[in-house]
Design a protein around this ligand. Sequence first.
Ligand SMILES: [Zn+2]
Length: 112
Amino acid sequence: MVGSERRLVRDIAKQRITLLFKLGEEEVRRGRVDLARRYGELIYRIAAKANVKIPKLIKRRICRKCKVILIPGLTMRVRIQSEGSRGSRVVVTCLKCGWIRRYYIKTGKTKG
Ligand SMILES: [Zn+2]
């Protein structure tokens, strides 16, 4: 049946997403942010078409609003505020469109 075929399409899509993300990172480092943004848009488009989820690590590195690939110091600013035992608060700002995202990182239970 078509099940295996669909799975193959998804595998290819995931590989493409990873590749496009790497290429996008390269473009940001070269200062070609507009190109990097196009890669970000493509990643979202491929994911939607193949019905795959964008890996968390990659998703966090693409601006939700303008789709630029986010690299600390280049296209994004990262601020980490420690909240003691509760963990750390991370504030990510896209330097291209000003989009702000906040999330928590929980610190492990291990003490000392
Ligand atoms: Zn943005």
